[in-house]
Design a protein around this ligand. Structure first.
Ligand code: GLU
Ligand code: MG
Length: 437
């Protein structure tokens, strides 16, 4: 007799959704090797009911194969069975990685980074979101009242993330109305993306069990505060030391970190198509609200695309360990696999070419004149998804990161999203995305 528990096999698609199929818990063992089949035309889904033009016919399938170490089973709710799932690798029938798998894209990026630098990539996401359906009136930003209004929710999230063992770091109120932030602890390689995915899905579940909805959309209201998905990162050498840190270098950023920053800032306008990949992303991205509008970098500069984050520690070893960099453009309409893959590959390109560190800016780059930005080599980030896709198309290095089918089908989904959004007002656009992200 089944007790009704379903195990979900889930994967992150081009629009950052976790699509899934499920099996009764009694059958999961028999599915571990070959997973479940899935018609790949599903990868052409937009966030809405519409399918983008795609190269896949009605017969083509991939296997969604569960990755054993990603097993997540959370059993803290009285009114629902355990939330039990595995993240999947998408494989072809002959066991090869499917060339359009977002997880595969990031795994390949990590493998290249490790092979060429000998370093491991360590990363952590900050998750900003808003709780929709909180019946209490909004309390002022960052207050105890904001937190205690949703004490049951934050306690459920804490219990669930602790049970999931995905490195919960902080749980706090944020600046926007009914806005909260939960940060993940850093993890090496693919695990950083897994933690981000699991953390977001657990936040959603904790909210829905209480009758709220957690939305991670970049903007719930055109005039309101944005939700970012900033990424903190550093590199580990073979001895486990922080290879982004070197206190003999400018800003304490090691040579390899300087080259990485240079690669990311050079390709940042193009990779917005992967890190800020929705029409609504461009209501958030832009200067003056800490979401960043320029491909600049700076120490502790929250208007920079890359912020150097020194550690507050006075102890030398702790200061070295805590030093990290932050990419501020991403939002949660992007698959964490694509965000981290793009970041790693852009930085790696800077290392390959030994690019020099760009100028550090310690003010909002939007407050500089065009001539000042030009002389510092600071480029604006795109102001729409269409512009971002054009910039990606014009960047042969970025275009070459993906196999041709992946690149073309990704762009097709994104162009279809633009088409679907083209007649919407900003308020309608926000609502459409807030309803599904
Ligand atoms: N909410 C801001 C964003 O959209 C970030 C605020 C912060 O620095 O935490 O990215
Ligand atoms: Mg924040």
């Amino acid at each position: 007799m089944s007790d009704g528990e379903i195990v979900l096999l889930t994967w992150s698609d081009y629009v950052g959704f976790m699509r899934c199929r499920g099996v009764p818990v009694e059958q999961i063992e028999s599915r571990m090797e070959y997973g479940l089949g899935w018609a790949v035309a599903g990868q052409a889904q937009t966030p809405f009911a519409d399918l983008a033009p795609n190269p896949w016919g009605p017969m083509l399938e991939v296997r969604q194969v569960p990755v054993p170490e990603t097993k997540t089973r959370i059993d803290i709710w009285d009114d629902a069975p355990a939330y039990h799932f595995y993240l999947c690798d998408s494989k072809t029938n002959d066991g090869q990685n499917w060339d359009c798998c977002t997880r595969g894209f990031y795994k390949n990026a990590l493998a290249a980074f490790k092979a060429e630098t000998g370093l491991d990539f360590l990363a952590a996401f900050e998750h900003e979101f808003m709780l929709v359906g909180d019946p209490l009136p909004p309390a002022p930003s960052f207050t105890l009242e904001t937190m205690r209004n949703v004490a049951k929710f934050t306690s459920d999230v804490t219990k669930a993330l602790t049970q999931a063992n995905v490195g919960l770091e902080t749980v706090e109120p944020e600046f926007g109305v009914h806005q909260y932030e939960i940060t993940s602890a850093p993890a090496v390689g693919i695990h950083a993306a897994e933690r981000a995915i699991i953390t977001r899905e657990v936040i959603r579940e904790a909210a829905r069990r209480l009758g709220y909805r957690a939305t991670f959309t970049p903007k719930v209201d055109p005039d309101g505060v944005g939700n970012g998905a900033h990424v903190h990162f550093s590199f580990l050498d073979a001895q486990g030391n922080n290879a982004t840190y070197d206190n003999t270098q400018p800003n304490n950023a090691s040579v390899v970190a300087q080259q990485f920053i240079a690669g990311v800032t050079r390709h940042m306008p193009a990779i917005c198509a992967l890190t800020s990949p929705s029409p609504v992303s461009y209501l958030r991205l832009g200067p003056h609200h800490w979401a960043c509008g320029y491909a600049s970098f700076g120490v502790q500069n929250r208007e920079a695309a890359i912020r150097i984050c020194p550690s507050p520690a006075r102890d030398a070893a702790a200061a070295a360990k805590g030093f990290n960099l932050e990419l501020r453009a991403p939002d949660a309409t992007a698959s964490p696999y694509l965000v981290l893959g793009a970041l790693v590959l852009a930085g790696l390109q800077g290392i390959r070419e030994k690019l020099p560190l760009p100028a550090s800016v310690d003010e909002d780059p939007a407050d500089l004149t065009d001539a000042q930005r030009e002389s510092l080599g600071i480029k604006a980030l795109p102001s729409s998804l269409a512009e971002a896709l054009d910039l990606m198309d014009a960047d042969p290095i970025v275009r070459a990161w993906m196999p041709a089918t992946m690149y073309e089908s990704y762009v097709s989904v994104k162009r279809t999203e633009i088409e679907l959004a083209k007649d919407l007002t900003d308020a309608e656009l926000c609502k459409r995305y807030a309803d599904v992200y």
